[in-house]
Design a protein around this ligand. Sequence first.
Ligand code: HEC
Length: 666
Amino acid sequence: METVKTMLPGWRRMVFAIFCFCFCAAQLPSQTQVLINQVFDQSGKALSLKELSNRKDLMVLLFLGADCPLSQKAITEATEDLLKSGGKDRVGLFGVLVARDDAEDINRLKEEFKANFPFYLDKDNQVASNLGVKVVPTAVLMDPQGKILYQGRINDRVEELGKRSMARRHDLREALADALQGKPVRVAKTETVGCPVETRKTTPHAKGKVEYFRDIQPILYRNCGACHQNNGVAPFPLADYEDTTVWVETAIGLIENKVMPPGQVISDFPFANESPVPTPKEVALLRQWVSEGMPKGAAPKTPLALPPTDPDVQGLGKPDLVLKPEGPMTIAATGDDLYRFFVYKLNLDQDLKIRTVRLVPGNRKVVHHSIVWFADSDLQKRISTDRALSDWDLLPGDKGPGYGQGPMLLKYLKVDPKSKSTKFEMIGGYAPGNGCYKVPKGYAITIPKKTDLVVQMHYHRTGKVETDFSSIELFLEKGAIDPTKEYRATNINDEKFFVMPPNQRKRTQTAWLVEEDCLISGFSPHGHYLTRAQTLTLERPDGKMETLIHVPRYDINWQRLYTFREPIKAAKGSKIHVSSLMDNTSANPNNPNKPPKAVFMGENTTDEMVFPFMSIIIDKNSKWDIGKQLNSLYRTGAITMALKKAFGPDKSNRKNNEQNTIGGQP
Ligand code: HEC
């Protein structure tokens, strides 16, 4: 894929500089030496660089765009890097806002992101251009003479636009550590991904064949609007002319590379909850509009309405039950994403028949996706009191109920082979733009008595401290349901997958035998960071092959439950083939290890698995043990643990990671 390396920021206001941080360069800078004669403070007084750096040994200029989401996060991350490098007192940190931002932006950023360092405006992008800064955020580390010691990204959390991963290299922090010790900086330059400093000129009043209001707005609202609106999950809105002019060129690249809209899949069967994707004709219109100077055209009399943030919750009516966890969760400003389980107490004396379960995110900026299970209430009580699990993976500043996905978790959840029932069964989930999960008409999910609901949340961090208090709505099925059938969920596990050696790409292959006639209702493909694609194919007893679901660009951030419009009839003797394309090379931007190293099967996100979720409808009195594969995970896990002992240990940067493995004995 051709990587799109820049994106456009949404700076709306024109420049008016109260602060001016102006590098009056007498000449263009040589490779390492920049001439910085003077800067201006608030009152217009000229200061030399020496005075600005105020007897500091080093200074960091942090180039930012106020409305560029990646750049906002950089404020907190750079401050943290400074603290972690031990250079708080010896290094001066200065924010430099590039053109289009104004004094109001400075105040907003300082307040929202609690920035405790001074900001300046870079009028006409002069400083940026002198230093060759083309993308924000960019950090420039200098000595007081203006010699550049490091220039580039803060860390490698975003290596491709539209994708967030974990930070494996903290480049600024490492450069600071070297420089503070007076050593040459080992990596002096890195590539930055973010918003471009220069933005394209537009001619809003020009006449064009393609116009914003008539042609472009409907395309963007339909395909992008559910997420890219003010309270949507996406980091910026694409809802008006100005938003669109600044983002459109980046957007076209991401659409063509099938990165946006996210989570695109291919199937031989239609889905009930299909998300729209722009057609090639629409992309051509977007291109033409850009080339014509982005004319605005006349606004329609009735403004177009944005699509709802959760398209498929329309017409659901009032929920019968609303559940909340014990309390809200506080999510610290920076660090890797957080995966955490929350218990929603139910523990009833009778089974519930439901048609829909809906997770209502408390804070859409942080709730990325979630999976909902029911789980034995007594078991939940035991898990919740395990301190090792309740503290698992929390960063300083994270606080709230629930527990983490530590290595002991699956041991608790191990299925009793004598009882058919898995004590932990998936019943729904939430992904942005994909509101809730509905059972096909005529069937219902049974939530057994004496169970609670358990939600695994995947939280993003935004650069500031956030809280979330998400609720679950249950909608009971009150209509007729087929009493002879049972709606169930399970997983397919590739029992042959143990380890992915470093610097290799390979395709895994496994098959799941359909032991009785059944109806397949939906899938949620599942793997972790090494999984780049996953395909599920149905082989009919006569040998005919059909694609159930193919995820060409698997991304752990975009796991969804895909439900077929009509459940698929699968006859006894059919097979479901599952194949994952695994990439443990450094070309995989999500690879948790840099350089790559052996990754073992396991349930932590830095481990790997081939483990798609599946929902099927079987006969109520069936003897078919559909949880068999879930159990096999423990056997595979035990072998993996032995392998890990022999060839590990895994020293990835996750807290406690050396203990990570599937829980215990086979
Ligand atoms: C299902 C929700 C969703 C839909 C639909 C969606 N986006 Fe996004 N978009 C996101 C999220 C979330 C991000 C931030 C990246 C991330 O978290 O993976 C993003 C990021 C972006 C970015 C910036 C890249 C970055 O890394 O921040 C652009 C440009 C973009 N989207 C354009 C579009 C366009 C154009 C469409 C429609 C054709 C679209 N998106 C549809 C959720 C969505």
